[in-house]
Design a protein around this ligand. Structure first.
Ligand SMILES: [Zn+2]
Length: 258
């Protein structure tokens, strides 16, 4: 159950699709805040990336979940070009590109950013020179301003790292016989969270609306909220089925989560 990590008491969501009531505990709020305060974050600036690898997990014949140093990545490969959801840290770009080639793909043509956090968008500055980056408008707004994340100040990203195409609610791409639906669910983890549905493969990229096997984190300083987090996960569950595969922002692939 995807929501089992959330606990039970602050609120409840009735998910009619599954005829199931999911309850969320007040302890979740305390634990999330505690975790946020004590955690060093997904990565510190001085981290050594030399030993980090990109590991590929097949989701279908041309769809892969890639695990590297930052947030999980989805790669859709095919004759019409490669599409990524998220692109790890900039320091991982060469290894990411090499893995795409090894899988029979090419450098990314399109990149969708799940949210602005740099462990998911760092590769923008490398790939953005040739790829078209797509995101919720709130993500572009964050990337072009100085941001405080994990107690570290980050300057605005270079121009080529900014999303070229933005949307406020949703956008649909049609590539390699797949329908890719990117939907903006604001005010959960951050104000720019985007969930990406690969409709034919029944795969969903959750971004950091889902930390598999870990407590969730929301960032009030980036427009996130607990109520939004819970509401948005409920919306995603309504839009998916029992055989959907969920790619979390961090942690292993999850199936049969309903
Ligand atoms: Zn994040």
């Amino acid at each position: 159950m995807i929501l089992s990590i959330l606990g039970s008491k602050i609120t409840s969501i009735a998910i009619s699709n599954f005829n199931e009531r999911i309850t969320v505990k007040s302890i979740f709020l305390k634990i999330s805040i505690l975790f946020y305060l004590i955690s060093p974050g997904p990565c510190m600036a001085e981290e050594d990336f030399s030993k980090e690898l990109i590991k590929a997990n097949p989701l279908s014949s041309n769809l892969f979940m890639l695990e590297g140093a930052g947030g999980n990545i989805i790669a859709l490969l095919g004759q019409e070009g490669t599409l990524l959801v998220d692109d790890d840290f900039a320091q991982m770009a060469n290894k990411l590109n090499a893995q795409l080639v090894e899988l029979g793909g090419a450098s990314p043509r399109f990149i969708i950013n799940s949210h602005f956090h740099y462990d998911h968008t760092g590769g923008n500055e490398v790939f953005g020179k040739s790829a078209t980056i797509i995101s919720a408008l709130a993500v572009r707004d964050r990337l072009q301003q100085e941001q405080l994340l994990w107690k570290e100040l980050h300057p605005p990203v270079p121009a080529q790292a900014l999303p070229l195409i933005t949307f406020e609610q949703s956008i649909v791409l049609h590539l390699n016989k797949e329908e890719i639906r990117a939907v903006h669910y604001p005010h959960g983890h951050t104000d720019g969270d985007t969930v990406v549905y690969f409709q034919h493969a029944k795969v969903v990229s959750m971004g950091d609306l889902y930390f598999a096997g870990m407590y969730p984190i929301f960032h009030p300083e980036h427009g996130g909220s607990l109520d939004g987090y819970v509401k948005n996960i409920g919306e995603v569950l309504k839009a998916t089925t029992v055989d959907t595969k969920f790619v979390p922002g961090h942690g292993p692939l999850r199936t049969n989560v309903i």
